[in-house]
Structure formats: C-alpha cells, structure tokens
Design a protein around this ligand. Structure first.
Ligand SMILES: O=c1ccn([C@H]2C[C@H](O)[C@@H](COP(=O)(O)O)O2)c(=O)[nH]1
Ligand SMILES: [Zn+2]
Length: 166
C-alpha cells in the first residue's frame, strides 16, 4: 500500500520556497520563492538577499534609520530572484509559491513574467500601501490569480542523519 502522508504538490513547492528562505541573511524576515511549471517541474527558486558582489557584511540589514543605512534600497526580493534565476524567461502557465504576499515591485515582475498564479502563506503586510498596490494590480490583471495556501501542515522536519543511524 502506498504511503498516505506524502506532500501535496502545493505543500512540496511551498516547502521548497521555505527551505530557500533559510538561505536568507535577513535577520527579520526571510522570504523564499519557488516557481513551478504546468508539468510540476521547478524552474526557478530564490530568496531575499543582496545583489551579486554586494557583501552581506558590508551592506546594512537594519530596518530603521536613514534610508541608505537600511536594507531596503539594496535587498533583492525573493520573487525577483526566483524569476531572474528561472531556467526560462517564458513563465506563462507557471505558479509562484512564496512565503509572503508579494510587494508591489515583485507583483509587477510576476505579472510581466507571465506567471499565472501566486500561492502565498503569510499576509502580514496586507495593511501596507505596497501590498495594497499589489492587490490593485493583481485584481486588474486578467491572466493571473492568487490564493493563500491551505494546508494542515504546521511544520516539516528534515533529517540530515536518517533516524536510527545516529
Ligand atoms: O515581496 C517581498 C517583500 C519583501 N521581501 C523581503 C525584503 C526584506 O528583506 C524582507 C522584509 O523585511 P522586513 O524587516 O519585514 O520589513 O522581505 C521579499 O523578499 N519579497
Ligand atoms: Zn517584493
């Protein structure tokens, strides 16, 4: 008899997004994104981090202070990285799984890439103008939908040492 508690496609791709987020150096919010195509193949992943060559130790991770002394002007968002890292530029009929509802800038990138569905987990910034603008654009775009991930999973455990082999 087959295993019953295997991951759904949604859970699998969201777990890949969440695992990718673990690469982020952002001390406050780690975001990961995973793009899957209509054959359920992963075509791109990303997480929030500074651009190539910009040292994580030299640019600030602060949230407050003068704009140039915060992370905000420098950090590449997870969705941008997932789209730029994708193995193809034609992302029509693809879904993007992301741990956090996309901001307005990521939403523009997602729409322009042709991605047809956004699946997100947290909506913690829904009251911000960035996320409100994102929703305005998405609600006007005929070729893209979005939904919050539904799952009974609260967490997933990964064993680097298989149980019983320690
Ligand atoms: O669409 C988004 C929105 C935000 N992020 C990243 C950018 C930052 O590194 C964090 C947010 O930091 P806060 O301290 O919570 O303001 O999330 C993203 O990757 N995608
Ligand atoms: Zn963004």
């Amino acid at each position: 008899m087959k295993r019953q508690n295997y991951l759904s496609w949604d859970e699998y791709f969201m777990a890949v997004a969440l695992l990718s987020a673990q690469r982020s150096k952002d001390p406050n919010t780690q975001v990961g994104a995973c793009v899957a195509n209509d054959q359920n193949k992963i075509v791109g992943v990303g997480y929030n981090g500074f651009p190539w060559g910009c040292s994580d130790d030299e640019l600030p991770w602060d949230r407050e202070g003068a704009y140039l002394d915060t992370k905000y002007p420098y950090v590449c968002h997870a969705e941008l990285n997932a789209v730029l890292n994708a193995i193809t530029t034609d992302l029509r009929r693809c879904r993007i799984y992301v741990g956090l509802f996309p901001c307005n800038e990521c939403t523009k990138v997602i729409i322009q890439s042709g991605i047809s569905e956004i699946i997100y987990l947290s909506d913690k910034y829904r009251e911000t103008d960035q996320v409100k603008a994102a929703r305005i654009m998405l609600d006007k775009s005929p070729n893209i939908t979005y939904r919050q991930m539904q799952t009974s999973l609260e967490f997933l455990t990964v064993h680097f040492v298989p149980p019983g082999e320690k």
